[in-house]
Structure formats: C-alpha cells, structure tokens
Design a binder for this molecule. Structure first.
Ligand SMILES: Cc1cc2nc3c(=O)[nH]c(=O)nc-3n(C[C@H](O)[C@H](O)[C@H](O)COP(=O)(O)OP(=O)(O)OC[C@H]3O[C@@H](n4cnc5c(N)ncnc54)[C@H](O)[C@@H]3O)c2cc1C
Length: 497
C-alpha cells in the first residue's frame, strides 16, 4: 500500500492481476489459499483486526466453540488433529493461522488495516482500495470476505448506560474482569449466551440469565477424543471418511428444502428431537420447561447446539429471567416488567447486525454507482449466487447475501474456486474485467426470493432479514446444490466488460 498521494499502480497485464482480499477469517484465508495454489500470487489481504481468524480471533469469551463438526468445519486442503468433535475457539484460531503459514502466505497479510472504500475507475478498469488510516492502493480485483458476524448488535439501553460496573459485548470480552464470586447478568440466550452461561455458572457468585425469546436447543453430545481416537484419526482415510459422513448427513438434511417448511415432516421430526431434550432436562421443572420452549418453527432462528445449558439453568446460583432487559441503573439491570436485579457485571450476548452487508465499506461500481444505494433500490442486499453484482466488475463477495447455507467453510471454498475460475478466464481471454449479466442476476434472485417466501424464516423475527423485511441471509437448499449452481452458471452469467 502507498500513502494517499502516491497510489500503487495495478499490473497492466492480466497475468499479474492484483487482487485485494478484505478480511482474514475462514473466508479471506480460503480465498488467499486458492489464489496462491493457482499461481495468482499478486494479492494482499487487509484485515481490520490485529490477527487472523475472523470470528475465531474476536470471540474469546468463555465456552466459545463451534457448533458444526470440526472435520467438516475446516478446509478440504487441510486436515487437522482436532481435540474434540466441536473444537474450541483457540484451536480454530490456531488452525486458520497454520493454514496461512503452511502456504507461506503470512507476508501478504496486512493487519490493523480497515478498508473503508473500494471505488471502480471506469477508465483504468481498476479499483482504488482505501483504508481508514489514509493508505490506498490500486487493484484489478477486489474480494470481500468481511463475514456476517462482526458488527455487534448493541441493545438500545447500552447507549449512554448509567451502570457503573463493567458492561461489554460477548464478542469484545474484557478479560481483565475476574468474574469469580461476582453477580453477573448475561443478556441474551442464543448460541453465544448459552455457551457463556454454561461456562461461567460454576465460578460466578450469582448468574442472571435474561431471555427475550427462546430458541430450539439440540444436544451436542461432545466429548474430548481419547489419545487412541486421536491416533486413529490421524490416518487420512479415517479422517476423510469422518468428513464425508458429516457432509453426507448435512446434505441429506437440507437437500429437499423440506426442513425449511413449517409443518413439514422433516421440520416436525427435528423439533420433536429438541422437544424431547427439553423433556429430559427440564421435565420436572414445568415453569422452566415452558419458558424455554419456543413458539416458532424449528430452524426459523439459529438453533443452539449445547451440552449442559438447560441443566445449568437449574443451578442454585442461577436465576432465569423470562424477559428482555430494557434499562440499567447504576448497579442493576431492569427488565421489561420493571424488575431490578443488582449485578456487578453485564455481558451482552445480543448478537450481530448480520443482514447489514459490507457495513462500513463504501463500494463504488461503474459510473459511480454506490452498492449500498443500489441495494436500497432493490429492497435489500442481493447478488448473483451471493457473489457478484451487475455494474460492479471484478468485485466478488464471499459469504455475501443469501449464502448462509450451513456448511460455511465448504461454501467459502466453493466461492474461492469460483473466483479463481474467473481469474483464469480473464487470463485466457485477455479480458480485463468480468461482470455478471443483469438478466442472470434478476432471474437468480427472483427464483431465490420465491423459494424463500415459502419458508419458516418469513414469519419469524430473526437476523435473516434486512430492514425492509427481505430475506437476505439464508439459502433455501443444501451446499451441494449451491456448489452445482456455481459450476453450471458462472460461464454464461458472467460477461467481459
Ligand atoms: C461465536 C460464533 C460462532 C459461530 N459458530 C459457527 C458454527 O458453529 N458453524 C458455522 O457454520 N458458522 C459459525 N459461525 C459463523 C461464522 O461467521 C462462519 O462460520 C465463518 O467464521 C465465517 O468466516 P468469514 O471469514 O466469512 O467471516 P469472519 O470470520 O467474520 O471474518 C471476517 C473478517 O473480516 C474482517 N473485516 C470486516 N470488515 C473489514 C474491513 N472493512 N476491513 C478489513 N477487515 C474487515 C473482520 O475483522 C474479520 O476478521 C459462528 C460465528 C460466531 C460469531
């Protein structure tokens, strides 16, 4: 990167195409690895945080771990000796860093580099990438891998908070506070809230858990692998078999799309499993059982996968409050019924602004078109296969609109492969820019929205919707179908401009 006055020149020949990748989570590192392994070595990765890992760098809260099987929630090109089926945050962060080092890519990563503007230059056919600290550079291709769960959703009451003790968002954990013996409020009972509650309950003095709406919980049945199991899993056939087994199970689960339809046999069968878990854990505690049983269909909100969460709610030092927090005083939190609970620490497990794609980045395409304004004009974020947008040549998104498909790392690799195929096409044809056709984009998104309009996500309050109510996060089928679409449609949908 150069200072603002002296902008770096992009390579004139497509063979040394310069690529800017934004974000160094699973997505950015997937893109970097596909670029490296396919010979496109002229790239930089800009990451706002001080290190790589994305959500696995940021979320250091107690109990943070993945819900998806690690064999499957990992790169195809990099097997790993996981310590348990669902690995904890430090292991995932280390894994991503190892992937960077294995491929010798570390020198291409620029940390503490917050991208704020990406602007296409029609005449030069390049993007100017601008950083918050004033640095900028010129690139032929830009890949956004900024993820979905980075911008914390702070509750209204936290603005100008009068509470005198520590109060922080779960993804910005303040490790300097010792919680032992303290009265702690955990606000929010989603996946993160459930993990924190289960992890800290044994050590805090008293824990208040505030739940606005319940969510379906599935048992993880997670245990550390024995030394013997780890030894046998180091065999690559055993490992790949495990990976394949999980992949197959997940594809079967999502393939027909039936799981996403309210009242369908598949949906009811899964909610029955979740209901049975409530019965097992809380059958003899009718008030608690009723409080944690959701009214919404299974899968309409992100399910919780946890061991011991319901059991933790029954502990003598835990008070479960079936209400949202609406305010604080100097030493207490206040719920929607006006009840006040004196606490020493407040932890906000209140989620993220997931539907706010490319938050904080101004993306400018052909003829000065702003991506955020374009999205406003079509009722909310959308893209062809969640990756490319008409009039934004050579701009790719990983984990973009409607690509929260379920097998995220596999999907990120699918998208990285798609990007590399386009770069190879540019190299072969001599084209300096590719862009998705308006018609392809329109047809794809009308198919998508018509499928989504019949799903469980429509009638439920969840993070899948933009402010206009458009479903902009989920995909109504399985990863394997999404993968097939990326193989079938890319060549006809993208044109040289
Ligand atoms: C606590 C938690 C648990 C999760 N568990 C699961 C799970 O069990 N299974 C699952 O499938 N998914 C899970 N997810 C979803 C998770 O987001 C994805 O699985 C995956 O990590 C996405 O990777 P990513 O690289 O696309 O995004 P991220 O990991 O979010 O990485 C994006 C990176 O981009 C950087 N960035 C953003 N904006 C800018 C900018 N303007 N300039 C520079 N850098 C920028 C961010 O700092 C971040 O490092 C979880 C998410 C969270 C928060």
């Amino acid at each position: 990167m150069a200072g603002k006055a002296s902008v770096t020149r992009a390579g004139g020949s497509v063979s040394d195409v310069r690529v800017a990748v934004i974000g160094a989570g699973f997505g950015g590192v997937a893109a970097a690895s596909y670029l490296t392994r396919n010979g496109f070595v002229n790239f930089r990765v800009f990451e706002r945080a001080s290190g790589a890992g994305g959500v696995w760098h940021q979320n250091t809260y107690p109990g943070a771990e993945v819900d998806t099987f690690s064999d499957w929630y990992s790169y195809k090109f990099k097997a790993h000796d996981w310590p348990k089926p669902h690995s904890p945050q430090p292991v995932l962060e280390a894994y991503i860093n190892e992937a960077i080092d294995d491929l010798g890519m570390r020198g291409k990563f620029e940390f503490n580099s917050d991208v704020v503007r990406v602007a296409w230059n029609d005449a030069r056919r390049t993007y100017a990438v601008e950083l918050a600290d004033g640095r900028s550079g010129e690139f032929n291709v830009v890949v956004s891998a900024v993820g979905l769960f980075n911008t914390p959703n702070y509750p209204k009451w936290s603005e100008g908070i009068s509470f005198r003790g520590p109060a922080f968002h779960a993804s910005r954990w303040e490790h300097e506070h010792d919680l032992r013996g303290k009265r702690v409020a955990v606000v929010g009972a989603g996946s993160t809230g459930a993990q924190i509650v289960t992890a800290i309950a044994p050590e805090v003095g008293h824990l208040f858990v505030f739940q606005r709406d319940p969510t379906w919980v599935l048992q993880k049945n997670d245990e550390w692998y024995s030394t013997e199991e780890r030894r046998s899993r180091r065999n690559r056939y055993v490992y790949q078999w495990g990976r394949l087994r999980h992949a197959y199970a997940e594809q079967r689960r999502f393939f027909s799309g039936e799981l996403f339809l309210a009242g369908s046999k598949k949906n009811l069968a899964e909610s029955e499993a979740a209901q049975a878990y409530i019965e097992r854990a809380l059958g003899d505690a009718p008030d608690l059982k009723e409080a944690v049983t959701p009214a919404h269909p299974f899968f309409a909100k992100r399910n919780i996968k946890a061991d011991g969460y319901y059991e933790t709610l029954r502990r003598h030092n835990v008070t479960f409050v079936r209400s949202e927090v609406v305010d604080t005083s100097q030493d207490a939190v206040i719920d929607a019924s006006g009840n006040s609970y004196e606490v020493d620490v407040i932890i906000m497990a209140t989620g993220y602004q997931a539907a706010d794609y490319l938050h904080g980045i101004d993306v400018i395409g052909r003829s000065g078109l702003s991506l955020h304004e374009y999205w406003e004009s079509v009722g909310g974020p959308e893209a062809f296969l969640g990756m490319t947008v008409p009039r934004f040549p050579n701009f790719y998104m990983l984990y973009g609109p409607n690509t929260n498909i379920g097998q995220i790392v596999f999907d990120l690799e699918t998208q990285s492969r798609y990007l590399v195929r386009d770069l190879k096409r540019m190299r072969r044809s001599g084209a300096r820019a590719l862009e998705v056709r308006e018609t392809a984009n329109r047809l794809y998104n009308s198919w998508l929205q018509s499928r989504l309009s019949r799903t469980i996500w429509v009638g439920t309050k969840n993070y899948h919707k933009s402010t206009t109510g458009k479903l902009v996060v989920p995909f109504p089928r399985a990863s394997i179908q999404y993968w097939a679409m990326t193989r079938l449609f890319r060549t006809i949908a993208h044109k040289a401009v």
